[in-house]
Design a protein around this ligand. Structure first.
Ligand code: A2P
Length: 343
């Protein structure tokens, strides 16, 4: 498998009709990725429809029937099952696959890369490179520079994850449930509310918070929580770091926030952490205003704030970080990985 050079590459977005896939197409354009030919693929449901892109109107192809030959860069965001089945076929046909699903992330032969945190890992690829989970990605933008300076030993992290992390169905579920509850807001206060029909989550997400993101996998932890643990360890090359994760779904359309407390091999002051985060690419430190999901939505930068020293066990640091899960949490990082590949 060859590494493509920068000149009018043949690029495909697989899952192009989804929340992340659409953002991938927009990101290729925004960052002026050297696309010569753009192909778009999705399920047979969308095959034959057209999407307007910076490279003209492109007809969506059925992934199951598409011929991958000639593709140089393939950005996958069509779910784990598709990635498991098709990413190796595309790689075999000569493409470098950047996969946004969790299918390949923990494979030892597959690099897991947060651009601007562990770029050098890209060099080890054998045709597939994994894009980390959106919550992990946002957290690592703040944690990466701190870890490099002082070596992380413990992390307690609680996520506040938006519904777009679950794709288009997450978005429609929130909008429908907000409308459902909005018809009788009194009921939300006196407990007479009616369960909305057809929701995506374990409990209603409209006007609510669901302290259970993902599905349960082991000993009370969800797959989202275990991704946060395993992917953080892999990206930081810190297999022994102790991590206590809780992943929460919140009624927000875009951007994931993480409240974290961290300890290192040595004490870290707020001043040092501010300096490290302030100097890191792709992340902004907000001191005047508290950064919220609404502030982070639709921008490339991850926002950090509320840096303060730990209280119960001094020497560590507590902070808040929030980022657009469709941008840095997914599409932007995938395109940045592709940029690293062609650089
Ligand atoms: P489609 O629109 O044809 O269903 P989201 O998670 O935002 O809903 O996006 C999921 C993406 O993955 C969509 O582009 C969707 O295409 C695509 N997808 C889902 N199932 C398949 C499949 N079996 N084959 C190819 N693409 C799929």
């Amino acid at each position: 498998m060859g590494t493509p050079t920068v000149s009018d590459l043949s690029v495909v977005v697989v899952g192009a009709t989804g929340a992340v896939g659409r953002e991938m197409v927009a990101t290729l354009d925004r960052r002026k990725f050297p696309v010569g030919r753009l192909r778009l693929m999705a399920s047979e449901r969308s095959a034959g429809t057209t999407i307007d892109t910076a490279w003209g109107e492109v007809t969506v192809e059925n992934l199951a029937e598409a011929d991958p030959s000639g593709i140089e860069i393939a950005l996958f965001s069509a779910g784990g099952a598709r990635s498991k089945e098709y990413a190796p076929r595309f790689a075999e046909a000569g493409a470098v696959v950047v996969d946004n699903s969790s299918a390949w992330r923990m494979d030892p032969k597959v690099p897991l890369v947060v651009a601007d945190v562990n770029d050098q890992a890209v060099l080890e690829h054998e045709g597939i490179i994994a894009n980390p989970n959106c919550t992990t990605m946002v957290l690592l933008m703040a944690l990466g520079p701190l870890h490099r300076a002082a070596t992380l030993t413990e992390l307690v992290a609680t996520s506040y994850q938006s519904v777009s992390g679950s794709g288009r169905r997450g978005i429609s579920t929130l909008l429908e449930e907000v409308e459902h509850f909005g018809k009788d807001t009194e009921a939300l206060c006196d407990g007479t509310w009616k369960e909305p029909a057809g929701g995506l989550y374990a409990r209603p997400i409209g006007w609510n918070v669901v302290p259970f993101a993902g599905s349960e996998v082991s000993e009370g932890y969800t797959d989202e929580e275990l991704k946060l643990v395993n992917e953080t360890r892999k990206i930081l090359a810190a297999p022994d770091v102790a991590i206590e994760p809780t992943c929460v779904r919140v009624p927000v359309l875009v951007s994931h926030g993480i409240a974290a407390s961290v300890w290192f091999e040595r004490d870290m002051s707020v001043a040092e952490a501010e300096e490290l985060i302030g100097a890191a690419p792709g992340i902004e430190l907000w001191s005047e205003k508290v950064p919220t999901p609404l502030d982070a939505a639709g921008i490339d930068e991850v926002l950090a704030g509320r840096l303060r020293p730990t209280l119960g066990r001094p020497g560590g640091l507590s902070f808040w970080v929030v980022g657009d899960n469709l941008r840095k949490g997914a599409a932007l990082n995938a395109v940045q990985i592709a940029e690293l590949v062609v650089a």
